[in-house]
Ligand binder design. Structure first.
Ligand code: SF4
Ligand code: MG
Length: 323
């Protein structure tokens, strides 16, 4: 059974200059125990979609979806109270900046134990034991001493480990990690990714990894959903995606990987993700696409299933070539 199913999710923001569509008809499905990467540049709607799922968007946002269900339960129909019970317990999320997510005024131990009290109702002794166990699970040395530390006494990598401990404290069935390594040094990044995939294997939870970095995807994900300007443009298992990216945007992201670059200068994708006022009429990627023609510029491409994957493109690349 599918664990998470989001169908046709759109998020609009009311701004002083009109409506802005941040997420456009997005679909996400995750099976129990699966690792899905959602990839795209900033402004592609990845984080906004996940915050909509968590019910964490400000009031200026309008969320619509044909379906938004978790473990068979319709998230659109539940009371805020039930949602709070699911979010934080069955669905947990970690963010890019561990320092700004931890409260500087309380010890690490206090913050871990809060969630255990709130969601699991554990008594004092059980909370302490579980907190120690969690610190060990996320690889924090000398856990008994570290529980008494304040966030500013920890390095960035240690803080992210604490955030992960808090997120998995209630044994979530789905963990959403939004750019969890972007703020960290390269060596620490690899350790945190290893930790996340180890914990996933150990606990069997599903993992959604949001990133702009195809290198991160290669090391962790089993399935990849590529997001551009609020839309899903491609969805494939990781092997086939690296082998034959159907969508030109995916191909461009892959070409920018250091190990794939053909010259010493990294290729970048010219231009930026379209904003509120420059949304193209046809394909949203057309202004930046080397393969764009008249059809692309005038007509939004349909979602095509070439073989196993999915691509929103008039001329998806397949094993036989483009077209
Ligand atoms: Fe490029 Fe055209 Fe495909 Fe859009 S539809 S990605 S412009 S080839
Ligand atoms: Mg983001």
């Amino acid at each position: 059974m599918t664990l998470l199913r989001i169908r046709n999710l759109s998020v609009d923001f009311a701004t002083a200059s009109g409506q802005f569509r941040a997420v456009d008809a997005m679909d996400v499905t995750v099976d129990p125990g699966e690792i899905l990467a959602i990839v795209g540049e900033s402004g592609s709607g990845k984080s906004v979609a996940m915050l909509a799922l968590m019910g964490l968007l400000p009031w200026t946002a309008t969320v619509t979806a044909d379906e938004m269900s978790f473990d068979g339960q319709d998230l659109r129909a539940i009371t805020p109270r039930t949602r709070r019970r699911i979010v934080g317990k069955d669905i947990a999320m970690i963010f890019q900046e561990p320092m700004s997510s931890l409260n500087p005024c309380f010890t690490v131990g206090f913050q871990i134990k809060e969630g255990l009290k709130k969601h699991l109702g554990l008594d004092r002794k059980a909370r302490h034991a579980r907190a120690l166990e969690l610190m060990e699970m996320v690889g924090i040395p000398d856990p008994a001493r570290r529980l008494n530390a304040f966030p500013h006494q920890l390095s960035g990598g240690m803080s992210q480990r604490v955030m992960i401990a808090m997120a998995i404290a209630c044994r979530p069935r789905l963990l959403i990690a939004d750019e969890p390594t972007t703020a960290l040094d390269v060596t620490i990044q690899a350790q945190i990714l290893d930790l996340l995939t180890d914990l996933q294997a150990e606990t069997g939870m599903a993992l959604i990894l949001i990133t702009h970095d195809m290198g991160v995807v290669a090391e962790t994900a089993r399935r990849v959903s590529v997001q551009y300007a609020g839309q899903k443009v491609e969805d494939q298992p990781v092997g086939p995606l690296f082998e034959t990216p159907h969508h030109p945007y995916t191909a461009a992201l892959l070409a920018a990987l250091p190990e794939r670059a053909t010259s010493r200068v990294l290729p970048t994708i010219p231009g930026v993700v379209p904003g509120q006022f420059d949304r193209p009429r046809g394909c949203l990627f057309a202004p930046r696409c080397a393969h764009a023609d008249e059809l692309c510029r005038t007509t939004p491409p349909p979602v095509q299933p070439p073989g196993m994957g999915l691509a929103r493109c008039h001329y998806p690349l397949t094993e036989e070539g483009r077209g």
